[in-house]
Design a protein around this ligand. Structure first.
Ligand SMILES: *[C@@H]1O[C@H](CO)[C@@H](O)[C@H](O)[C@H]1NC(C)=O
Ligand SMILES: *[C@@H]1O[C@H](CO)[C@@H](O)[C@H](O)[C@H]1NC(C)=O
Length: 292
């Protein structure tokens, strides 16, 4: 009896959470996510989820739902010791050849050498907007929070609440902005020793496998989009729900956050596609308008 009434309750709770357009959730991994690649490369340890890369496979998880606007936050402790050749990614993405994508990619390194964090933004299937930074802490020593805030004015990448990148809506200048496709939330770890560490010079040392990244404190607070609903209907609904993410105060960084971003760019940024004139002889359109 007890088990059937609790399963009725779970079914009801699931049904209710699907109906609420903005469902706050600090729930555990299982409620929000599922392994989509190599479920046998996951281990669960209390509130922590470990995902490993070994000589046989990488691994990945994805959100059960898709979202349009809101905020995703996960705490990650990256692969310790020798992580050269490995990439751990945390990202949001829609589907199809014209998809949008917001990426954090953590590029591993040999023991004692710093990780690099690469961010990228894809709009309508086109990326090539890489930025790279080193961090002001060792991301393998402890958990740190990585978040993406997405509303109709901007996409903000944050590390421990410090903004490291802002992608501003410049539709009024004729520049497309990702605001019309529902996105899933993903993380994966894989072998990328053809490019990741020192441009691919340093290969993965498999004698140090398995390479384990650990996750906890999973949070998604956004406008949930049923897969059965068309993107255009989701966009209409999610743009008009008046979600917390559309408060005017979140339409741009505040003064303090602006100072933080300037500090990050001055002290930790080592690559910005906007200043890569060898690669882009004419500066990409949005760079001329994005605040630096
Ligand atoms: C790895 O460490 C080297 C030496 O400090 C550094 O040049 C490089 O940028 C680091 N990161 C990657 C991903 O290669
Ligand atoms: C990893 O796999 C490759 C090819 O499958 C094999 O040659 C190599 O010996 C393996 N290394 C280890 C450490 O298991």
């Amino acid at each position: 009896m007890a088990s059937s009434s609790s399963s009725t309750f779970i079914t009801l709770a699931l049904f209710l959470s699907l109906c609420v357009s903005s469902a706050k959730s600090t729930a555990k991994f299982d409620e929000l996510f599922q392994p989509y690649w190599a479920p046998d490369h996951f281990t669960f340890d209390g509130e922590a989820v470990n995902m490993k890369l070994d000589n046989f496979s990488g691994a990945g998880f994805s959100s059960k739902s898709k979202y349009m606007f809101g905020r995703v936050n996960i705490q990650i402790k990256l692969v310790k010791g020798d992580s050269a050749g490995t990439v751990t990614a945390f990202y949001m993405s829609s589907e199809g050849s014209k998809h949008h994508e917001f990426d954090f990619e953590f590029l591993g390194n040999t023991t004692g050498e710093p990780y690099l964090v690469q961010t990228n933004v894809y709009v309508n299937g086109v990326g090539n907007r890489e930025q790279r930074l080193n961090l002001w802490f060792d991301p393998a020593a402890d958990f740190h929070s990585y978040s993406i805030l997405w509303n109709q004015r901007q996409v903000v990448f944050m590390v421990d609440e410090t903004p490291i990148r802002v992608h501003t809506n410049l539709e009024h200048k004729g520049i497309p902005f990702p605001n019309d496709q529902a996105m899933g939330v993903y993380s994966s770890i894989w072998n990328a020793d053809d490019w990741a560490t020192q441009g691919g010079l340093v290969k993965t040392d498999w004698t140090h496998a398995p390479f384990v990244a650990t996750y906890k404190a999973f949070e998604i607070d956004g406008c949930e989009c049923p897969v059965t609903t068309a993107d255009s209907d989701n966009a209409k609904r999610c743009a008009s729900t008046g979600g917390w993410w559309d408060q005017p105060v979140l339409s741009e960084l505040n003064v303090h956050q602006n100072h933080q971003l300037i500090w990050v760019r001055a002290n930790h940024m080592i690559y910005d596609y906007c200043s890569d004139t060898a690669r882009f002889p004419s500066v990409p359109e949005e760079c001329e308008h994005h605040r630096h």
